[in-house]
Design a protein around this ligand. Sequence first.
Ligand code: PLP
Length: 432
Amino acid sequence: MTTKSTNPETIGLHGGTFRRDESQTSVAVPIHQTTSYQFNSAEHAEKLFGLKEFGNIYTRIMNPTTNTLEERVAALEGGAAGLCVSSGQAASAFVVQNLCSTGDNIVSSTDLYGGTVNLFTNTFKSMGVEVRYADPSDPKNFEKLIDDKTRLFYAEVLPNPSLRVFPIKEVADIGRPHGIPLIVDNTACPVICKPIEHGAAIVMHSLTKFIGGHGNSIGGIIVDSGNFDWSVNKERQPNIWQPDPSYHGAVWGDVVPQLTGANIPYIIRARVVLLRDMGSAISPFNSFQIIQGLETVALRMKQHCENAEKVKKFLQKHSKVEKVIYSTLHDGEIGDRAKRYLKGGYGALMGIELKGGLEAGKKFIDSLKMLYHVANIGDARSLAIHPASTTHSQLNDKDMAAAGVTPGYVRLSIGIEHSDDIIADLDQALNA
Ligand code: PLP
């Protein structure tokens, strides 16, 4: 590793093993736009394919540009190893598929990104994997849904639109004695939340959002903490402990620690089995673009959060705003979780409930001049969307309310422009 620092500002620039390109001495991480890699000899190729040695074979499975991104995000999260995939959505699919087969189940938080809800409720169901939903307001709800076939717990750290921070330690502690890892999607809070420190076994991100930040590339990553004890109940995790027929009967829980010296069977299996078979590889060019974002994500998160604080105060006093929804503004335990789990700021995502419902929401969106009206979050630019007329418009009133969306709800992703300019645009649109 080139730095021992645990500071995110330094890790974004120096994390991982890359110091310079060894052939040309370039400091910027080169784009290795290649499909394949020349083997040193027949013996070398045999060792790579036989997993006797790790090294580049083919870009579907690994790539040097992507490797730097994987190492740096793993370091940022305090994890042992990372695996990039083609999108955040692919990461959500992989983290579950890596442990589940037909007949298995997972317990997931109810507070999820809509794309994940579709994947879990419809696509996984069609594959025979059942998703059981637990309301995270009470962590004990997770324990109630476990049976012998429960392979993992899944949650988002700061889900929108509810913006209720997830009880990471509480749920990780419930799973650990059963051998059930907690897997969290930390897309909305890189830098300001380090879920592994609170007990999460696996962390994933849509790199498309804050880590990329420039809104120009889609990507996803999975980070293995390297500290989950997979052997607590070996029957609980057949994909880790049963011989894998697709790799000459390899038992990942045994082979990987022997080969790497690290407790990372989960992430190695995801790479050599899922990425090999499903093929959702990120392009090296996208990895390069996302590295440019990663280099400044710590600074940007500070600015995102500082701006969000100012915008929150402005909106709370505005006569056209019924209510502001923000991580710290929930009553009691849920608001306290934001203060316990988020450090250095409370996030860029915010909701506003407009007086005047659906029509007021649409008019507000149409009146914005600087904020972009897009379905994305986590861009350096400030963004807004009105879920009732867009992302959630197919839901009935009851399901919309369950998702935390009311007719006058507008979701904001506060960017890094000058806060005065963000506030001025919001003000003129509210008064239009
Ligand atoms: N997870 C969260 C929390 C998201 O907001 C998104 C996308 O909006 C995803 C995962 C999926 O990521 P991607 O769009 O990179 O596929």
